[in-house]
Design a protein around this ligand. Structure first.
Ligand SMILES: Cc1cc2nc3c(=O)[nH]c(=O)nc-3n(C[C@H](O)[C@H](O)[C@H](O)COP(=O)(O)OP(=O)(O)OC[C@H]3O[C@@H](n4cnc5c(N)ncnc54)[C@H](O)[C@@H]3O)c2cc1C
Length: 299
């Protein structure tokens, strides 16, 4: 929504949100508080996500509203839905965007390729709706604004045409914190040496009002759940403060956190790549610096 609002700020159009489901009026009202027009399409066939059902619903909505751009979250459902819609209606599609801007009447989409090694800008001019999936966390979240409304919208979904059927949701055994929503993240890397040092990182995170994230080796070794992993194959985060404790700064890690507001890195190796993106760097032993800092914070 934030990305849509920024673009319409430039183009002069209106950003609208389409919400599909059943019994989701409360969610529509919450979205409207962000100052947008919410097109609420409720239908029993949309209660749970199925590719075929949602494509029908989105198709109907696109035909009646004819937007210039359809933004879809780059989530497991989003990257199932967006190509299916683009394919069904023969629309241009760009996936996994991390940034969007207008250049005259052309849309310029930034995306990352080849395991995040390359950043590409894709320019599209089209008189048809452009479909783009945008990576969650890549844009600063939208804040509350006035003027939002909810507009109940009818969509035709023929459930008999859906080839897939929702069976059940299997939730993870352990529910964990939502790392992407945290303002302060203190991440531990292999530099913390052993699992027994994790409580130190947790204590420091608590002292600065944050939560603990991790580099991949730590979640691979099961020191922390997978939900805490920051990076290309983990979460993309955009906290106000990110403290990297004993993390080398491999590109796959950096891909998930480089847009944090303030990055502080602690590493014994002055040549560690993390210092290239850190705003503040400490060449120090994290196992000594953290206890000393906790002591100072308490004092
Ligand atoms: C396809 C693919 C996807 C990947 N996805 C991810 C991902 O999502 N997230 C991710 O994190 N990684 C990912 N990786 C792994 C990534 O390439 C790195 O291997 C990983 O990020 C390294 O983790 P690290 O920095 O904790 O460990 P290391 O690279 O081993 O770095 C440890 C650092 O700690 C420092 N250190 C040691 N002792 C201390 C001390 N006492 N005090 C302070 N500093 C100390 C060292 O100088 C070193 O810089 C992926 C790799 C591949 C191939």
């Amino acid at each position: 929504m934030a990305a849509g609002r920024t673009l319409t700020g430039q183009s002069g159009g209106a950003a609208r949100v389409a919400l599909f489901g059943r019994g989701v009026r409360a969610l529509a009202d919450a979205l409207a508080k962000l100052g947008v027009e919410v097109l609420l399409a409720e239908d029993p066939a949309l209660a749970e996500y199925t590719g075929d059902g949602y494509v029908q619903a989105v198709r109907g909505l696109l035909e009646s509203t004819k937007p210039r751009l359809l933004l879809v979250a780059h989530t497991a459902e989003g990257y199932d839905l967006a190509p299916a819609v683009a394919g069904a209606l023969d629309l241009p599609l760009v996936t996994n965007a991390v940034g969007l801007r207008l250049d005259g009447d052309r849309l310029v989409v930034t995306r990352r390729l080849l395991n995040e090694k390359v950043q590409a800008e894709v320019e599209i001019g089209s008189d048809r709706t452009i479909v783009v999936t945008i990576r969650p966390g890549s844009v600063k979240a939208a804040g509350p604004a006035a003027g939002g409304t909810v507009i109940p919208t009818a969509v035709a979904v023929d459930a008999t045409k859906a080839r897939t059927r929702f069976v059940r949701i299997e939730r993870p055994m352990v529910q964990d914190i939502d790392l992407a929503a945290a303002d302060v993240i203190v991440s531990a890397g292999r530099g913390i040496q052993k699992k027994e040092n994790l409580p130190l990182v947790e204590e420091f995170a608590k002292a600065v009002g944050g939560v603990v994230g991790a580099s991949r080796p730590l979640t691979d070794m099961d020191w922390l759940p997978k939900t805490r992993q920051v990076g290309q194959s983990g979460k993309t985060v955009r906290p106000k403060l990110y403290v990297a404790c004993g993390i080398s700064g491999a590109m796959q890690h950096v891909a998930g956190m480089k847009d944090a507001g303030l990055i502080i890195a602690i590493n014994t190796d002055p040549t560690a790549p993390i210092f290239e993106i850190a705003h503040i760097g400490f060449v120090a032993d994290v196992l000594k610096l953290l206890p000393a800092t906790i002591k100072e914070l308490r004092a």
